[in-house]
Design a protein around this ligand. Sequence first.
Ligand code: RB5
Length: 144
Amino acid sequence: MASERIAVAADHAGVGLKSLVEETLKEMGYPVLNLGTDGPESVDYPDFAGKLAAALKDGSAGRGVLICGTGIGMSIAINRHRHIRAARCNDVTDARLSREHNDANVLVLGARTIGAETAKDCLRAFLATEFEGGRHQRRIDKMS
Ligand code: RB5
């Protein structure tokens, strides 16, 4: 059983993929903090990016997964928070390198642009990959 809680949030375009991500996380043994949205009604992605940023800041979750139609709006919104390093990933290499080089703490997925199996591969790589530190830490320090 993994102990790190993972926060998940989406806008209306990402609800279906969010369910798949939640299910996959639970199968992997991760506690999940679901921050919505959970229905088809149109909502605004910055509101949900803000909820997830707050959950990471107050320690309710260690890392997060954010989903919108393309992943672009969520990426722009969440990266405005100084404690966040969010990576919009389209394949497993993106996800692995976002951890090794960028110590990404939020995985962003585009529900309309990524397939279900690729999304699950990204999630698994994001969770399993350690940050390499070293020269990458120096670069991260320059942003914070
Ligand atoms: C919603 O229609 C869509 O604009 C949103 O999910 C996202 O793709 C924005 O970047």
